[in-house]
Design a protein around this ligand. Structure first.
Ligand SMILES: C[S@@+](CC[C@H](N)C(=O)[O-])C[C@H]1O[C@@H](n2cnc3c(N)ncnc32)[C@H](O)[C@@H]1O
Length: 227
């Protein structure tokens, strides 16, 4: 998937994601909120963050939760798809968000927190380290990066992604590959968590998830890294 291709999906992104998330019985918004809740619990020793860089923010699925759950005061939303940024801006005209394509935002090593979700499987492998270096160069010396990816070791994820038109050319990243990439871009790995083990029908078991975070079978994983 080239970056311009995401423009084509901007207006139908949420609907497409709803279809693929339906495999689990949940909505994209449920996952966005849960990721923010997970970060809020697991990053407690570093929070609150004043500003967050949402790298590959797309149509802004996480934006409101940076404010409501993580207590951020402002967001820098970066995405090469100008159409997606436009949709996000129309969805949240009142939030304190600076929307920008990467070329128009010069990283200046002053942000305390960066976040990305489901972005790197859309970046061609030979551009990934460069993209990570861009994120790293936006962070202050004690900055923290929350890197979320889909886990190709979970068969439901592979199936769910196969339903997405915009995931057809995606190249998933195993947790090990992500760790190698982050390290080669200069990040220091703090910890890895696996999340989202149980679909909606088994939601009663979700209280076990914090205890299962070491098990590499959750639908997504979070790598927390520092600069
Ligand atoms: C699956 S969407 C995820 C959007 C959002 N992070 C979310 O959780 O809803 C992937 C996003 O990555 C963006 N993307 C693709 N290549 C990128 C790159 N090189 N740098 C930053 N973002 C990129 C796409 O434009 C798209 O908006």
């Amino acid at each position: 998937m080239t970056t311009a291709e995401f423009d084509e999906f901007a207006t139908k992104y949420e609907k497409t994601m709803e279809r693929s998330c339906a495999v689990s019985g949940e909505s994209p918004d449920f996952y966005a909120m849960e990721r923010a809740q997970w970060c809020s619990r697991r990053l407690r020793r570093w929070t609150p963050f004043d500003t967050v860089l949402d790298f590959g923010s797309g149509v802004g699925g996480s934006l409101k939760y940076f404010f409501d759950i993580l207590g951020c005061k402002s967001v820098v939303a970066i995405d090469p798809s100008a159409e997606s940024l436009q949709v996000a801006q129309e969805r949240y005209p009142k939030l304190n968000v600076r929307f920008s394509v990467p070329e128009q935002f010069a990283p200046s090593a002053n942000l305390p927190f960066a976040f990305c979700n489901g972005v790197f499987h859309h970046i061609p492998p030979d551009h990934r380290v460069e993209a990570l270096r861009y994120v790293r160069s936006a962070l202050s010396s004690d900055g923290i990066f929350a890197f979320w990816e889909n886990n190709p070791w979970n068969p439901m994820v592979v199936y769910s992604m196969s339903l997405n038109e915009f995931d057809r050319k995606a190249q998933t990243l195993s947790p090990l590959r992500s760790l190698r990439l982050l390290k080669s871009a200069g990040f220091r790995i703090r910890f890895v968590d696996f999340c989202f083990f149980f679909p909606h029908f088994a939601r009663g078991l979700r209280r076990l998830e914090p205890a299962l975070r070491w098990l590499p079978l959750g639908a997504q994983y979070l790598v927390v890294a520092s600069k």
